[in-house]
Write a protein that binds this ligand. Structure first.
Ligand SMILES: C[S@@+](CC[C@H](N)C(=O)[O-])C[C@H]1O[C@@H](n2cnc3c(N)ncnc32)[C@H](O)[C@@H]1O
Length: 278
């Protein structure tokens, strides 16, 4: 039986998750695009929720900018890493850490001036009704008018990864069926892998088209305001650009920045974000 359990994956890779956003120049684009977008929309100060904050990279960055952060994640190993990172950055007093789930947030209504749900958290909520519940929770805890930042795994970026990976490893028809299944449904699940007899891989996830995320947020009463391409057209070029020199990395960053508000670039991005208003 395939084992693609999300909780186990994050428990086993907790320390590595801290490095996730700095491992390659392309991953750096996700961090840079996310922080630039947060800086554009966040109020000057206040309380910010980091729902599914994982190892705390964004919680620490925001605490260093003076915000009071509530950091929440269901993976105890990641909450431990986030606590350690906050302590070593000297911002432990500005961050409250909690174990919890985005589908049932343990905070009162309107508790936050802004809410983040970054790096694909909603992609790990596999059931559509539960994704709607999670989006409604993000709205409920954010004060009216406050920004809600939701970044997910992009469906076309995932399919492109599948094409690249499968071509390189010369896999068989079953794996191609899974890639086509992701394109049709967005879902990369144990059930699909078993049904087609494909090779098991990464943690289960749901990948999104841009319209789909906008509709999910709008259905929860959030008003989508902006679509943001994160890795954008540099997506899936991790190995190719791993040793790029400084001139190349700077140029790639400029290109990514100039396409950050381009919807087509968001559609092919490994991760994209929608900024919405509560
Ligand atoms: C790729 S990590 C992103 C972490 C962080 N937001 C970032 O961008 O660096 C995905 C995170 O989603 C969390 N997660 C998975 N299911 C969740 C759920 N139901 N509620 C809240 N977080 C969840 C995982 O524990 C993990 O920390």
């Amino acid at each position: 039986m395939a084992d693609m359990d999300t909780r186990r994956y994050y428990a086993e890779n907790a320390e590595r998750e801290w490095e996730r956003l700095t491992e390659t120049p392309v991953k750096g684009l996700e961090l840079e695009g996310t922080m630039a977008t947060l800086d554009d929309h966040l109020p000057d100060d206040g309380r910010v929720l980091d729902a599914g904050g994982g190892p705390g990279r964004y919680a620490v960055e925001l605490a260093e900018r003076g915000y009071n952060i509530s950091h929440l994640d269901p993976t105890p190993e990641l909450v431990d890493v986030a606590r350690e990172k906050a302590a070593s950055a000297g911002v432990a007093e500005s961050i409250d850490h909690r174990l919890g789930d985005v589908r049932a947030l343990p905070y009162p209504d309107d508790a936050f001036d802004a809410t983040c749900c970054l790096g694909g958290v909603l992609s790990h909520v596999l059931d559509e009704t539960e994704r709607r519940a999670a989006a409604a929770e993000l709205r409920r805890v954010t004060r009216p008018g406050g920004p809600v930042f939701v970044a997910v795994i992009g469906r076309l970026g995932a399919v492109r990864y599948g094409i690249k990976n499968s071509a390189e490893s010369d896999v068989g028809p079953a794996d191609w069926r899974v890639i086509e299944h992701i394109l049709e449904t967005g879902d990369y699940t144990e059930a699909a892998v078993e049904r087609f007899g494909a090779t098991e891989g990464w943690a289960e996830n749901h990948t999104f088209r841009v319209d789909e995320l906008e509709t999910l947020l709008a259905t929860a009463g959030l008003a989508p305001a902006e679509v943001v391409a994160l890795e954008g057209i540099a997506s899936n070029l991790h190995d190719e650009l791993a040793d790029a020199d400084e001139t190349a990395v700077e140029a790639i960053r400029r290109i990514a920045e100039s396409l950050r508000r381009d919807r087509a670039a968001a559609e092919v991005s490994e991760h994209f974000m929608v900024v919405a208003r509560a």
